[in-house]
Design a protein around this ligand. Structure first.
Ligand SMILES: [Zn+2]
Length: 321
């Protein structure tokens, strides 16, 4: 998920863009944001903005792609091996800062959450912050600025990313395939933090997958509905959806044989058995296994979904009640 559009609405990004336009970029920025899960993505966008050929990073070119995958040779991330940035990371940074960039006109160092950086490492960084080599930028992300030494703070330009309005998060996530109705349930609880919204949204994934799978088994009746259902089965939920479907068909088949079902699924099972014959469910189980196999081999998401939905429909026709 590319958070550029969201970040562009912040004052922090506007200030940065202004610096770029006016040729007054600072050699070091501290990006302060208490939404930790988004921090690296934001750093990455600032890094793309410093390296992409277009003024607004295109997020498509080779540079942007490598930067967002954290594999560009001239955009270097720390910490390297530990969870927090330690002296050896800064030693390496200082050494690398002396070398010219290999591919680009600039070199960018991205420091993930510097709130946990050791004091020794911070002290080590001071000299580079004071006299940075030419065409070198240091981007530091921080969930809290309190653990950062005042000597560091005084040498960087601070940009604060404050919580977003709920409406801003909503339109951004809806554009990225999130369901509006379900988002609204978690938006107000998340304090304007995108990461928090996504976490809460995903927490009840399996519940949603069961609901969606039941809905498909009970209500999918014509090929005209395939597109409509297919749109609801997003890439992020596909695996959960297929597992839910497998579970539901399996418990429905055994319920029809034994005459009773696991209580957790009993209401779903009875509506499935009212609409779908056991013959159809057995046929569908086979289609589910094919979908699982395709997923295992990283089959195309849309093709897997459509194949599965058509398979369910085929089973229902062949073995109609
Ligand atoms: Zn680009």
């Amino acid at each position: 998920m590319n958070a550029l559009k969201l970040l562009q609405t912040t004052n922090a990004y506007k200030i940065f863009e202004g610096d770029k336009k006016n040729g007054t970029l600072s050699h070091a920025y501290l990006i302060a944001c208490d939404d930790e899960s988004m921090l690296d993505e934001y750093l990455s966008i600032f890094a793309r903005s410093l390296t992409c050929e277009s003024f607004v990073p295109c997020c498509n070119c080779r540079t942007c792609t490598l930067v967002s995958a954290k594999t560009h040779t001239d955009v270097i991330w720390y910490p390297k091996s530990t969870k927090k940035i330690v002296v050896s990371d800064i030693d390496e940074l200082v050494e690398k800062s002396y070398y010219k960039p290999l591919e680009l006109g600039v070199k960018v160092f991205c420091l993930s959450n510097v709130s946990s950086m050791t004091v020794q490492a911070q002290n080590k960084l001071l000299k580079t912050l004071e006299e940075p080599p030419e065409n070198t930028f240091i981007l530091m992300g921080a969930t809290s600025v309190y653990p950062i030494l005042s000597t560091v703070l005084s040498r960087v330009k601070r940009l604060d990313i404050t919580p977003y309005p709920d409406s801003g998060i909503e339109s951004f996530l809806v554009e990225n395939g999130y369901e509006k109705e379900r988002l609204n349930k978690v938006l107000t609880l998340s304090g304007g933090r995108v990461g928090e919204v996504i976490k809460r949204y995903n927490e009840n994934d399996s519940e949603v997958a069961i609901e969606l799978a039941t809905n498909v088994l009970v209500n999918l009746k014509s090929s005209k509905q395939v597109a409509e259902f297919s749109a609801k089965i997003k890439k992020e939920v596909l695996k959960d959806f297929v597992s839910a479907l497998a579970k539901l068909t399996q418990v429905s088949i055994s319920a029809s044989v034994k005459g009773e079902s696991e209580t957790a699924f009993s209401s779903a099972v009875s509506s499935i058995l009212r609409s779908t014959s056991v013959g159809a469910l057995i046929f569908i189980s086979d289609k589910i296994r094919q979908a699982e196999k395709a997923l295992y081999f990283n089959g195309n998401h849309q093709a897997v979904v459509d194949g599965l939905l058509l398979g369910i429909l085929e089973g229902k026709f062949k073995w109609s009640k």
